[in-house]
Design a protein around this ligand. Sequence first.
Ligand SMILES: Cc1ncc(COP(=O)(O)O)c(C=O)c1O
Length: 392
Amino acid sequence: MSSLNFIHEELEKLKEDGLFISIRTIEGPQGAWINVDGKKVLNLCSNNYLGFANNEKLKSASKKAIDAYGVGPAAVRTISGTTTVHCDLERKLAQFKGVESTISFQSGFCANLAVVPAIVGKKDVIFSDELNHASIIDGCRLSGAKIIRYEHCNPRDLRGKISYEGNAERRLIITDGVFSMEGDIAPLPEIVKIADEFDAITMVDDAHGEGVLGKGGRGIVDYFNLHGRVDIEVGTLSKAFGVVGGYVAGSKNLTDYLAQKGRPFLFSSAVTSSDVAACIAAVEILMESETQVKKLWSNAALFQERIKKIGFDIGKTQTPITPIMVGDARLAKEFSRKLYEDGIFIQSIGYPTVPVGKARLRAMLSAAHSEDDILWAVEYLKKTGKALKILN
Ligand SMILES: Cc1ncc(COP(=O)(O)O)c(C=O)c1O
């Protein structure tokens, strides 16, 4: 017991530094307006980009799948078999992404933990953007490969660093597609060129690109028209797709290999059939129509234009992810708390999710928002930003 005393001290320190994460309770489905801790608030912090998390088609597909397949997978896929819906989803996703094959995982996090250690090991070198997501970082660490971080979105730095590592057996370049805390887009065309030149493997995590970038939300590879040029794409089904799960997209050889070597695939049960059926419905909607993706972008443009105009620093975002820079973690927390009182749910983000001194609010736009919602939020951000002297 006594050896766990440090936990209390650590928790107190987090509170002192303004870094203790308070998790709010949501009563009801996701959407533009949600009930949080007994209060109806405008939701500006979910990754429900397209409003699919409470979409009727997805819910109906999910309910039907429960009747057809029950609620649980009973064991991992390699032991108890896989359902037809899991196979259907993997086929549909391959079609959507324009790749030969996909393999699904329990989450985007698991997909990264599966793929990196399966592809590289002790004799290899990974080149990883310094702002890559935690799941990429953990996947890299698990692999045992040498990890070299290159400057954020800086192909020149990547080129310099890769040219020094001639003795590695394999070289793997990994980047987020859209950076989840900044909203900027990886320079994938330059990265692919460097990979070709140095015979490196390329991997992009498209968690915030799919449903957002490219034709009908097909993701970053489609956005840059790099089909067939990126070896490994990782995706998540928990953001724009509105459900849960992750996947890897690429060649049939790659996905066959991951079914043999991807440890989360081999040693953890798959997501439920009802989740998978909802994901299929999400992909089908995206393959039929670009309406939701377009609405997402017009909402993001309106919001970003207005809050920039009133003086907020929103960094270098190129996507609907909108950081509102504050700096100090305690001040960011206070900003978030006051906005909640005003009726806006928008979380502050501090270390370790972003570097120390770069705390921010992270506003997430969704196709579910109306123009009135956005204009209303901008007014309160202005009022509260001024009261806290974040704005002049
Ligand atoms: C870039 C990136 N990769 C992976 C993940 C993990 O996705 P999931 O929630 O499906 O585990 C996230 C989620 O925050 C992310 O932002």
